[in-house]
Design a protein around this ligand. Structure first.
Ligand code: PLP
Length: 466
């Protein structure tokens, strides 16, 4: 392909993308294919000869599109959103064209400097005080891993990377059972071990970690010869939106000099609206905070904002400088690859620049406020309907419910029937052994009418058991 062909195909693919989005409501939200359907359409062997782009594009429509679950569908109410607002997609197109590696300031000064400034814009937008410094990680899982590695190294006097964990004090990290499994995986990968991830009991409607129980768990562990390393709290847990009482939990952590990390992967975006910030009261005391602009805010995946009170501890944990990565004459500049596990890094800050400038914070706030209001209104309607029991009230735009008087099997069957129907997409969760339907509003282009369709479909299929 030469660059003239590229320009022609680039224009065609942009047109395709716009048409896809304009007509996306006509498609079933969840792919309706069976396992193996798509693979069976792909040749077993790679082609020896070059093929025409026309043929490749036709096959894209024929083979790929039927097997896509449409995350940008406005009636995607499952999981959490992965919004790709149009300006952020355009920025990604530019980033793809430039295809720079942004591991060091020198390998892409604009990317580094824009990352610093964009993370400071985000810091202000979500109401964190000056003094927090941000870096973009590929995912919240990576940010949490970086935080857990930092708490491990700090607790071991920076010996773990060099000496390994054998013969070291046994570490302990504390969280509730409401945190995302990315915390478990970070604990595994860091070599701390799942049995040393202590689950502190929760209390209240927000399922917050009980600070007294946290205090006594830490105290008992110290008495038993463990070395506590850190506390991980959540704002907006994945299952029901659980929110820890960050101020109370972090006060306990500080009393024991423990490193603290806040996982607000989904809910962090809502903190651009001051009225929701009570959900993470005390967050300014944290050492490390992650939220994903690639979820609710609209920055195309991947873009995870990781804020640090003292980046030096993270750099001390992760930086490694072989001669070929030294930038002689530019010492003392930020090299973001020293702040994360991977060396190579994409230019992710550009899409934040495009996104925030295109909508303004007020435009982004309006979307989030609408989503919360529509979700609350739907929840109120279902509460008043005899077919439904609300299990957990909305936390921001997430709530859970069950078909009244039905067993777990019926709830799963209901979820499957909703998703086979195709007009909406939801998933289930397990709350203390009870399966509940999990519903969140958050897709960037969702409208009140889309939530009205959801209301209609939820009631229609609840009244029409298969
Ligand atoms: N934390 C929470 C609360 C989440 O809901 C998720 C994913 O949905 C994650 C962490 C993991 O995010 P990522 O896919 O960016 O690793």
């Amino acid at each position: 392909m030469n660059w003239d062909d590229f320009a022609q195909w680039g224009a065609r693919i942009s047109d395709w993308a716009a048409e896809y989005h304009k007509t996306i409501r006509d498609r079933p939200v969840r792919a309706q294919t069976q396992p193996g359907d798509i693979a069976s359409l792909l040749p077993d062997m790679p082609p020896e000869s070059a093929e025409e782009m026309e043929a490749i594009m036709a096959d894209f429509e024929r083979v790929v599109m039927p097997g896509i679950t449409h995350w940008q569908h406005p009636r995607f109410f499952a999981y959490f959103p992965a919004n790709a607002a149009p300006p952020s997609m355009l920025a990604e197109m530019l980033v793809n064209a430039i295809a720079a590696q942004c591991m060091l300031w020198q390998t892409s000064p604009a990317a580094t400097e824009m990352e610093t400034v964009m993370l400071d814009w985000l810091r202000q937008a979500i109401g964190l005080p000056a003094g927090f410094t941000g870096v973009i990680q590929d995912s919240a899982s990576s940010a949490t891993l970086a935080a857990v590695l930092t708490m491990r190294e700090r607790a071991l006097g920076w010996q773990g990377n060099q000496k390994g964990l054998s013969g070291q004090p046994r570490l302990r990290v504390y969280c509730s059972a409401e945190v995302h499994t990315s915390i478990d995986r970070a604990i595994w990968v860091a070599g701390i071990g799942e049995e040393n991830l202590v689950r502190v009991p929760t209390q209240g409607p927000l399922r917050s970690m009980d600070p007294e129980a946290l205090k006594s768990a830490i105290g008992q562990d110290i008495d038993s010869g463990y070395r506590p390393a850190g506390v991980i709290v959540c704002t907006g847990g994945t299952s029901t939106g659980a929110c820890d009482d960050i101020a109370a939990a972090l006060e306990v952590a500080r009393a024991f000099d423990l490193y603290t990390h806040v996982d607000a992967a989904w809910a962090g975006a809502a903190m651009i609206c001051p009225e929701f910030r009570h959900l993470w009261r005390g967050v300014e005391q944290a050492d490390s905070i992650v939220f994903n602009p690639h979820k609710w805010l609209g920055a195309q995946f991947d873009c995870s904002a990781h804020f640090l009170k003292d980046p030096a501890t993270l750099v001390q944990t992760l930086a490694i400088q072989p001669e070929f990565l030294k930038t002689r004459g530019h010492d003392g500049l930020v090299n973001y690859s020293e702040w994360s596990v991977p060396l190579g890094r994409r230019f992710r800050a550009l899409k934040l620049w495009f996104l925030i400038r295109s909508y303004g914070l007020e435009g982004l706030r309006t979307r989030i406020r609408n989503h919360v209001a529509w979700s609350e209104s739907l929840c109120a309607d279902l509460r008043g309907h005899p077919r439904f029991d609300i299990v957990t009230d909305p936390v921001l735009s997430l709530f859970t419910f069950r078909l009244a008087g039905e067993d777990n099997e019926a709830q799963i069957d209901y979820v499957n029937r909703l998703n086979d129907d195709g007009r909406i997409y939801v998933t289930q969760t397990n709350i203390g052994g009870d399966i509940a339907v999990r519903f969140q509003v958050g897709q960037f282009d969702a409208t009140q009418e889309d939530v009205d369709v959801a209301r209609q479909v939820l009631i229609e299929l609840a009244n029409d058991p298969a």
